[in-house]
Design a protein around this ligand. Structure first.
Ligand code: RTP
Ligand code: MG
Length: 149
């Protein structure tokens, strides 16, 4: 089943100039970027996005981190892509993330783990609508789609 995931390169990824390299991984895998924008999130949006963690002890630090600089918000589309992207991203704590995953290759600390990806279809739908208008999402066919599928 074709799915859409909300993927966000966090401020540390942008500031460390890793954005292009990380997006390239998704492109090379055969996934399709259908929306992207750089933005500085305000704390209201950050709190909504991470609402499920509002009672956690790390919530304040998490919000401060995510609003500390520009993020690259994206929507990525592909067959069963939500779990696929989570696998590519790796464990929340980069110390536990396998080599070859994004966090396992580029990050060291849970509080600076460079990327967010939706964890379920319901989260993806919620997060995409939080960050993007329908008109900002592009539907198109890749010339090599029949080679990928
Ligand atoms: P994300 O939502 O950013 O994709 O990360 P995730 O699903 O792998 O992890 P999640 O449990 O949703 O946590 C969201 C973000 O909060 C920070 N965190 N800090 N200090 C801690 O114990 C702790 N736990 C989580 C991380 O930045 C994590 O990505
Ligand atoms: Mg999460």
């Amino acid at each position: 089943m074709k799915q859409r995931s909300f993927v966000m390169l966090k401020p540390d990824a942008v500031k460390r100039r890793l954005a292009g390299e990380v997006l390239t991984r998704f492109e090379k895998r055969g996934l399709k970027i259908i929306a992207t924008k750089m933005m500085i999130i305000d704390s209201d949006l950050a709190k909504k996005h991470y609402g499920e963690h509002s009672e956690k002890p790390f919530f304040k630090d998490l919000v401060n981190y995510i609003i500390s600089g520009p993020v690259l918000a994206t929507v990525i589309e592909g067959e069963e892509c939500i779990s696929l992207i989570r696998k590519m991203v790796g464990a929340t704590n980069p110390q536990e993330a396998d080599l070859g995953t994004i966090r396992g290759d580029y990050a060291i600390d849970t509080g600076r783990n460079i990327i967010h990806a939706s964890d379920s279809p319901a989260s993806a739908a919620r997060e995409i609508s939080l960050f993007f208008e329908d008109s900002e999402i592009c539907e198109y066919t890749l010339p090599d789609e029949e080679l990928i599928y």
